[in-house]
Design a protein around this ligand. Structure first.
Ligand code: HEM
Length: 461
């Protein structure tokens, strides 16, 4: 129903070029562009990609409105920086809607309950220690690559009982190819999808074939063995709906979704946390002091985590400064009124963690990395949804407890042994795709972390 005082035009926004609208401005620098829109227009701005208007919403109460208060009036949009997510992930949990989504979510939810997640802690620490045994003091590595391999191995082990480095390496390369080429090859503006060698489209198809073959082989093998390992794959294969089990395609879409959503975000969290700690030696020393006093040199367990509050603040702050998922979108099912505007059915809305996590009126010094802002004494005045790295409402990230435990355990295992130092001359360039990732990886030198407390005040970065 229309509120008589609401305006029927969309909120103001920048003028665009014929045919492409604001697409070029957006593509040139997505992160700078969306923040600039907030600075110029305040609460909302309308941009046009081609002919299609996108209403950007910048206030926490907007996010609350879309994700919780009125969530039933919105569906997701699955077109973003990586092209069409549905093309890659089919009807997995991230991309499906309605009753199918609800039923699938109910089915796999038990695998992500906190009590169940704790069973994965040993695997997380064991695989990290394996990686550390191969690292050497003074060695140069791309920490982004290392974290991708590690988080992929963890997700494959924990959810699908697969432990093969060779497969992990192939899967990692295939995901990178989709992420690097998918935006241009599958975006709205590329209507010429010709599968010729050396084209981006061909590279994406090749990578997708690798991923699909891997997942279908995994399903076929498990169906043949008929064993129930109690993992997420067994849950999916045994699920019954009115007497029917899921088809291979349905299981495939869910598996691929978990592998994609479950490693890319965690890998970027870890890379950015190492980056931030390298630039903030005092925070790193404080974190190390906490780890030493709780762990006394032994490996961390899930039970240690409540005793490591500063570790949690560091990660929360890394998610604020560099939110892995940097934007979410919703499409209105029915017309509605908000902020004095009347929005017709079908209007698309975008709200961005990147913008909201950097609003100066909420955070004061938004570009400063300051873990202390997560001291509970300082968080009580934060408006709900000023911070939402995992989304919210019924579509909140199902992997949130998994990711929270994983990132803490991995840092608590790695940092007491190694303090990754950025290679001289490295300048971070952000690449905003489905997630924000470091565009050119993150080359570091693996310095040994001193074991004695006397050395705690010596900055190495
Ligand atoms: C730092 C780590 C992570 C971040 C920042 C993150 C962020 C998000 C966000 C923002 C959403 C909501 C998207 C939307 O509603 O538009 C989401 C959904 C989802 N995430 Fe995560 N995620 C992380 C880790 C994981 C992990 C480890 C898994 C799996 C093991 C996972 C699986 C999923 C799935 C399946 C959905 C779709 C849920 C649904 O729609 O019901 N995520 N994630």
């Amino acid at each position: 129903m229309k509120n008589m005082s609401s305006k029927t035009t969309l909120p103001p926004g920048p003028g665009g070029m014929p045919v492409v609208g604001n697409a070029l401005q957006f593509q040139r620098d997505p992160l700078g562009f969306v923040r600039e829109m907030e600075q110029i227009y305040g609460r909302m701005a309308t941009i046009r990609i081609g002919k299609i208007p996108f209403v950007l919403c910048f206030r926490p109460e907007h996010v609350r409105y879309f994700l919780t208060e009125q969530q039933r009036n919105f569906t997701k949009i699955n077109q973003n920086g990586a092209g069409n997510l549905r093309f890659l992930l089919g009807d997995g949990l991230l991309t499906s809607e309605g009753e199918f989504h609800r039923q699938q979510r109910r089915l796999v939810q038990p695998a992500f309950h906190r009590s169940r997640i704790e069973n994965y802690a040993d695997t997380m620490v064991r695989l990290t220690e394996e990686m550390l045994r191969e690292w050497q003091v003074g060695q140069e590595v791309d920490i982004a690559h290392e974290m991708q391999q590690l988080t992929l191995r963890i997700i494959m082990n924990a959810l699908f009982s697969v432990d093969s480095r060779e497969q992990t390496a192939r899967l990692g390369a295939a995901f990178n190819s989709v992420i690097n080429n998918g935006g241009r090859a599958l975006g709205r503006r590329n209507r010429l999808r010709v599968d010729l060698p050396f084209t981006r489209y061909h590279k994406v198809l090749e990578a997708k074939r690798t991923l699909d073959t891997f997942v279908y082989d995994l399903i076929a093998q498990r169906r043949k063995e008929g064993r129930d390992t109690g993992d997420v794959l067994s849950m999916l294969l045994e699920a019954q709906d009115e007497g029917n089990t899921m088809t291979d395609k349905q299981v495939h879409d869910q598996v691929l979704t978990f592998v994609a959503a479950g490693h890319e975000t965690a890998q970027n969290t870890l890379s950015f946390t190492f980056y931030l700690l390298a630039h903030h030696p005092q925070a790193r020393e404080k974190l190390l002091a906490e780890l030493r006093s709780v762990l006394h040199g032994r490996a961390p367990t899930a039970q240690d985590l409540p005793n490591l509050p500063y570790l949690e603040w560091v990660i929360n702050e890394a998610w604020r400064v560099y939110p892995p998922a940097w934007t979410q979108g919703r499409r209105a099912i029915e017309a509605f009124d908000l902020d004095g505007y009347h929005f017709p059915a079908g209007t698309i809305f975008v709200f961005s963690q990147w913008v909201l996590h950097h609003l100066p009126d909420i955070w004061g010094d938004p570009d400063t990395f300051r873990p202390e802002r997560w001291d509970p004494a300082n968080t009580s005045k934060l408006p709900q949804f000023a911070y939402f790295p995992f989304g919210g409402g019924s579509r909140i990230c199902i992997g949130m407890p998994f990711a929270q435990m994983e990132t803490k355990l991995l840092l608590a295992t790695i940092l007491p042994r190694y303090s990754p130092r950025l290679k001289p001359g490295f300048a971070l360039e952000l690449q905003p795709r489905v997630t924000i990732r470091p565009k050119h990886g993150m080359p570091v030198v693996l310095d040994a972390t001193p074991v004695n407390t006397e050395a705690e005040n010596v900055p190495t970065a």
